[in-house]
Design a protein around this ligand. Structure first.
Ligand SMILES: [Mg+2]
Length: 253
C-alpha cells in the first residue's frame, strides 16, 4: 500500500488560491490517520496555513505530525513539532536571481501586451518574490476567481510569455500553474526538487507515493513528478480529488 499521498494545491485540493472545502478538509483529516500527507505547491507558507491547515476540523497533534508542508515547490519544508510549525530546510534564490527573473517576466509580459497593471487591486502586485521562486500572477493575488479563470483558460497567453522569457533569460525555468500564474525557478528547483527531498525527509521510495495534480501535461507544473516515475492521478478539480480519496478511504476501511 502507498504510504504517502502528495498533492498539488491549486485546482487539485481547492479552487485556485482559496481555502479547501469542508469536504476536502474532512477527507484529509481522515487520510492523516493512514498516510503521510504532503501538499506541495508554489505558494507561500502562510497560504498553506490559510488554505489547508486552518480548515482542518480539530486535528490532533498525532494527525498533524503526519502533515508535511512542501512550500514553494518543496524548496522549503515545514513539519509540525511540539505544537508548532518548524521549518526543516529552505533553499532561497539569490537577490540577483530574483531581480533578473522579475525584469525578464515584466519585459516579456509588457512586450506581448499582457501586463495588466491597470486591473490590479490596491496594494496588490503582479510579480511576487516567494524566496525560492518568483511568481507572475497576471491579475495579482487578490483578483476574483472568475476573473482569473477567464484570463487564460487555454494557457495560450502564458505559453507566449514563457516562450519570450526563455529567449530573454534561458538560464531559468518557467512553469505554468494555477489559473494566471507562471513560476520562475532555477533549473531543477521544481517539484522534482521537492519530491526528491520528500523521499529523503520521509525516508520512503517513489513506489510509496501517490501524487495528485491537475497540470500533469508536458509543460505543466505537475509534469516533473510524472517524469520522475511517481504514480500520479490527474484531476480536473478538487471534486475529482475528493472522489479519489473517498475510494482510497473506502478500500482501507
Ligand atoms: Mg495545480
Amino acid at each position: 500500500m502507498k504510504k504517502v499521498l502528495a498533492f498539488d494545491i491549486d485546482q487539485t485540493l481547492n479552487v485556485a488560491k482559496t481555502p479547501i472545502t469542508d469536504d476536502i478538509a474532512n477527507l484529509l483529516v481522515q487520510c492523516l490517520d493512514h498516510f503521510e500527507i504532503c501538499p506541495i505547491s508554489g505558494q507561500k507558507f502562510d497560504q498553506f496555513l490559510i488554505q489547508i491547515v486552518d480548515r482542518l476540523p480539530n486535528p490532533t497533534e498525532e494527525q498533524l505530525s503526519h502533515l508535511h508542508l512542501f512550500v514553494a515547490q518543496g524548496t522549503q519544508y515545514y513539519r509540525h513539532e511540539n505544537g508548532e510549525w518548524k521549518q526543516v530546510y529552505n533553499y532561497p534564490l539569490t537577490d540577483e536571481q530574483v531581480a533578473k527573473i522579475t525584469k525578464t517576466i515584466e519585459t516579456a509580459a509588457k512586450e506581448l501586451g499582457f501586463w495588466e497593471e491597470d486591473k490590479l487591486k490596491p496594494g496588490d502586485e503582479i510579480i511576487e518574490n516567494r524566496l525560492s521562486q518568483v511568481t507572475f500572477s497576471a491579475l495579482g493575488q487578490k483578483a476574483g476567481t472568475e476573473e482569473k479563470y477567464a484570463w487564460d483558460p487555454d494557457h495560450k497567453k502564458r505559453e507566449q510569455i514563457v516562450a519570450r522569457c526563455k529567449e530573454i533569460s534561458p538560464e531559468f525555468e518557467y512553469e505554468i500553474g494555477g489559473t494566471t500564474s507562471i513560476n520562475a525557478i532555477t533549473p531543477g528547483m521544481n517539484k522534482v526538487f521537492g519530491m526528491t527531498h520528500l523521499l529523503e525527509e520521509l525516508n520512503v521510495t517513489k513506489d510509496d507515493i501517490l501524487y495528485f495534480g491537475d497540470m500533469t501535461q508536458p509543460g505543466g507544473n505537475d509534469y516533473p513528478v510524472v517524469e520522475m516515475g511517481i504514480d500520479t492521478i490527474t484531476v480536473r478539480n478538487h471534486e475529482d480529488t475528493a472522489f479519489a480519496l473517498r475510494g482510497i478511504l473506502g478500500v482501507i476501511g
